[in-house]
Design a protein. Sequence first.
Lengths: 109, 109
Amino acid sequence: MGKQATEMLKGTLEGIVLAILSERPAYGYEITAWLRDQGFSDIAEGTIYALLVRIEQRGLVDVQKVPSDKGPPRKVYSLNAQGQEYLQEFWRTWSFLAERLERLRKGGR
Amino acid sequence: MGKQATEMLKGTLEGIVLAILSERPAYGYEITAWLRDQGFSDIAEGTIYALLVRIEQRGLVDVQKVPSDKGPPRKVYSLNAQGQEYLQEFWRTWSFLAERLERLRKGGR
DNA sequence: CCCGCTATTCAGTGTTGCTATGTACCGGTG
DNA sequence: CACCGGTACATAGCAACACTGAATAGCGGG
């Protein structure tokens, strides 16, 4: 999509990745591919990796190195307890925003 | 709200302001007050003014200086044709994002 | 042997919202 | 009159985040 999407992704992309990880552990390449598949056509590789590093440093995920028979080893991330909590907070913030935007779209005051 | 909101606002705040202006012309101080009233408790004054300057420079709004009997003159902004178009695009991008997030929240794959 | 796919990393850039501060106009109070 | 609070706008500096582009590296096939 356009540049509007780029700016709108700030903050939400992190939540999206955490939500994905809350369903099952995953690694960067896999997540990027899945997002592209879902229509986030222009999400750059580097973006996801940088994001994963950030959430790891914040202690929201646990990491495990797993060998792959198709290339270099994968860094598999899984959401830990603190990450779950953070994700909950994310959904609260998202709901707040989405609610107000939906109200605005309908022309309500 | 927390810092999550700060990042999530990036990109959406612009759309929010444009949506407000699509209902009726308004000036910065008024918009800030309204947003605070709607629960965006920590939106800074300066943020809105900077945003208004940006969208003016991009030609999305028209400006008119209107004297006030309670203080300095107001800069009243109104959405023009180009702004309307940009707002439409914003809603499309927003729908795209909201749809996918809602799907993720429901744990759907 | 090189190419393509898998997989990760990183330096540099632009946009955005926040912080903090400054300017300025007005009316009311002491 | 001096001061203060509410109204109204502007701006310089900062932090966070996603994108660009490139580099590194392992693996298998032509």
